[in-house]
Design a protein around this ligand. Sequence first.
Ligand code: CMC
Length: 392
Amino acid sequence: TGAITVDEGFVNTGSTESAITFLNGEEGILRYRGYAIETLAENCDFVEVCYLLLHGELPDAAQIDAFRTDLRQHSMLHEDMRKFFDGFQHDAHPMAILSSVIHALSTFYADSLDVNNPDHVHRCSMRLLAKAPTIAAYAHKKSIGQPYVYPDNELGYCENFLQMMFSVPAEKYEISKVAAKALNLLLIVHADHEQNCSTSTVRMVGSSDANLFASISAGVAALSGPLHGGANEACVAMLDQIRDDGADVEKYVDMAKDKSNGFRLMGFGHRVYKSFDPRAQIIKQVCHDLIEEGHINDPIFEIAKKLEQVALTDEYFVERKLYPNVDFYSGVIYRALGIPVEMFTVLFAIGRMPGWIAHWQEMRDSPGKRIYRPRQIYTGPTERDFVALKDR
Ligand code: CMC
């Protein structure tokens, strides 16, 4: 194997070749299967982007119709699965519920264990895409003590999710077109991001021939950390704190520069982007649109803009090329849509689902596929004499 070099955090280690997502961090370019994120965000809905990521090509009219029909057939959860939700504490974090329930799907669908059968894998992929919003909405309903709302297959993907989240049987619920459009955009910009922590986790777990549900469940767990998907939640908490603390943005920028306190500006910085994160640009524009149309009336948006402006002109942030990332403004929108803060990362997971699945499949299809098994440089004690318990 030759000499081993350690690359802590895999800063400069390519784990694979991939044909799914192109990312140029210096210039702030992001493309799925060759299509610019800005173009997809403007012209597609999330389901088309799912098709693109999974199949490598944009669908024609017949293909997308068939794909939507296929998805609709899988949107419901097995009735026995509903009982799962009763077993969680009312205040359980929905990311933990999402990860657990996704793993449990393999106990309901034995065909998922046959990872070499393309028909089974396809069915499991569709189940994941279709059921993720249902699981997420049930987790939310459980936390607020309202009845679960079944999916409605007449509705679009985002509309259906909003209805399952917010409608109650006693009242007529009107789905907001603006909310569905904003959600659609957020899901698109989260759909893939090459070898990030959760996607690498999905590939690593899947490399042992673990089934798709097990691998994606591990990806959800990886995404839950505050340095990864959990940053959107942490960012809104930070913006609220700044607001409550007199909106003194400069004070928090100074705090972030001070290494002794462990505080970082949440939603700032990225391992790959050393320029504007194109996803943050799209999301910021959505924020502006929502404000203009009167849908956002949240002081934290003004605080976020001010914070961005101060940080982007501060030497510390300039030198280190720290820019707002996708999580900086996404929480502001989620909150404007009425989505509770603990659900933010769940939304990220729903968006990332097609990316995870596409990477799992690409990893399996790779002609050189082997189990992921990094090496290490051992730094523990050299061989020692054993001392019996009575003599220690
Ligand atoms: N606030 C203050 N300083 C920062 C920040 C920040 N948000 N991010 C990085 N730095 C500093 C860091 O202290 C280091 O300084 P120095 O060179 O003096 O030691 C330098 O910038 C490089 O940072 P790093 O931690 O070595 O960079 P990384 O590539 O290991 O980490 C990151 C990337 C995203 C984890 C990090 O920037 C961070 O913690 N950001 C805040 C959390 C966040 O917003 N995460 C969401 C990432 S985007 C969505 C996703 O991928 O899930």
